[in-house]
Design a binder for this molecule. Structure first.
Ligand code: ACO
Length: 441
């Protein structure tokens, strides 16, 4: 044992558990991170005590070590690589944040240029992949197309499937970040029967995305810089968010050594649900159903009624028990976008502001610490800019790809690779005799 090991063991923090069934005592190590709650190391629990921990929904379970994103939900703090999200949103851009999530540091000018060029060089998709779209109905939800087409990238880019090769992993990463806007815009164009628009590498990542979404070959298109910046800010705010459902899905899929395209497709599928990334679409639908400020109390009452499944969409968060810092930035951004478009008095925005005001004064929401989350205002911004609500979750998936990939790389960089394999508390029948067909009642 070295001197440093001895000091470590003297300072070791532990917790003792006592099994009242057999009076067995067992000491478990407590491990500390840089900031945030300590964790109890239960890795040997089953081996030593034949016990599992039980935590459906992982409300108290840390599933991995991570140095990418930190959230203090009580204080409403979100940091990537130590930088506050508010600063990143105002001072940085999505390309810089993607680089930082992936490589740990903000890029210098040379790294920035190289990364931007790498991304631009991969923005096209294989021409044959475009034919894939014809297999979908025109009324397919764009998230359904995203799951299918992103998964299908593994059928096209065979030279970036070997996850044991760092060069191939890097190439797949660049390809995914670069092609997501192209694939997303194509899903939209397909739905409205317009021709696909090829990427324009003279534009920024978000400027190019806006052009692929809203231009037609018959007309010139110059992205509005205010809207371009607003989308970039939205992308920064959505780039990563620790071990949420879709990120954990990507990690779990990746733990079986699945290829990166398949892992990201799995993440997109998980993000689609209305309790996760699908909430921004649900917020707008909810605001349309409420329709008028006078009906807000009726819907607040519904949200509070335990027997009514209705929930105030865009409110509440598993981790934030305070105002989601991303929602604060987006509320400001909504003002800027609506002003630029000359629709500051947009009724849905006014309805949202009033709904927020009433909910935040309501005892139920105060007691349960339910605040607006990132999805509450994003739909208002996107709708004002002309995005159909079916594209809202896609707009979340594009930037989150950078976070998913960063987490995937971090996992593959760990010294010990373990397939993710939770256990269970079995509540079914114990062993019983097989019943032959003619004896079944
Ligand atoms: N409206 C009304 N009541 C709510 C809401 C809401 N939006 N959110 C939570 N509650 C209540 C629950 O009914 C529950 O009440 P109870 O203690 O009486 O049973 C309590 O608050 C705790 O809620 P849980 O669902 O247990 O909290 P959990 O952490 O599991 O859920 C979630 C978080 C899924 C985000 C939830 O708040 C919700 O459904 N919100 C609406 C959907 C939404 O906006 N999702 C986007 C999340 S952000 C993102 O994924 C990017």
């Amino acid at each position: 044992m070295t001197a440093s090991d001895k000091t470590k063991s003297a300072n070791k923090n532990t917790i003792t558990i006592i099994n009242n069934k057999n009076n067995q005592r067992h000491e478990l190590d407590i491990l500390s991170g840089t900031v945030g709650p300590d964790v109890i190391d239960v890795r040997k629990l089953y081996h030593d005590l034949n016990l599992f921990t039980y935590d459906p929904g992982y409300t108290s379970t840390a599933s991995c070590d991570s140095a990418i994103t930190y959230i203090d939900g009580e204080k409403g703090i979100l940091m990537h690589r130590g930088y506050l999200i508010e600063e990143l949103a105002s001072e940085s851009d999505f390309m810089d944040v993607s680089y930082m999530l992936l490589f740990g540091e903000l890029p210098n000018a040379r790294q920035q240029k190289r990364f931007n060029t790498e991304i631009k060089m991969q923005s096209l998709v294989d021409e044959q992949l475009m034919r894939f779209y014809n297999g979908f109905r025109r009324d397919a939800h764009p998230m359904a197309i995203m799951v299918g087409v992103v998964g299908a990238l593994s059928a096209f880019y065979h030279d970036s499937l070997d996850i044991s090769d760092p060069k191939q992993r890097h190439l797949a990463t660049i390809r995914l970040i670069a092609k997501m806007p192209t694939i997303a815009a194509m899903a939209y164009k397909y739905a409205i029967g317009q021709p696909f628009v090829y990427p324009d590498n003279s534009l920024s990542y978000t400027g190019n995305f806006l052009k692929m979404m809203f231009s037609v070959p018959a007309e010139d298109y110059i992205p509005n810089p205010v809207l371009e910046r607003a989308i970039d800010c939205l992308f920064v705010l959505h780039a990563d968010h620790e071990q949420n459902a879709s990120t954990s899905t990507v990690r779990l899929a990746g733990s079986s050594q699945a290829n990166p395209f398949a892992c990201i497709a799995a993440g997109i599928a998980s993000l689609w649900g209305p309790a996760h990334g699908g909430a921004n679409e649900a917020v707008l639908n909810m605001l349309k159903v409420i329709g008028d400020k006078e009906r807000i109390p009726e819907f607040i009452a519904k949200a509070k009624d335990r027997n009514d499944p209705f929930r105030l969409m865009g409110f509440g968060h598993r981790v934030y028990k305070n105002y989601d810092p991303r929602a604060k930035v987006l509320k400001e951004s909504a003002h800027a976008v609506l002003k630029e478009l000359g629709v500051e008095d947009q009724p849905l925005f006014e309805l949202a502001l009033e709904l927020e005001r009433i909910a935040l004064e309501d005892e139920y929401f105060i007691k349960k610490k339910l605040f607006p989350n990132v999805d509450f205002y994003s739909g208002i911004i996107l709708q004002a800019m002309g995005f159909p609500s079916s594209m809202f979750t896609v707009m979340f998936a594009i930037p989150r790809t950078a976070g998913w990939l960063s987490q995937w790389h971090e996992m593959l960089g760990e010294s010990v690779q373990k397939i993710g394999r939770p256990r269970q508390r079995y509540t079914g029948k114990d062993h019983r005799k097989f019943v032959p067909k003619d004896k079944r009642v």
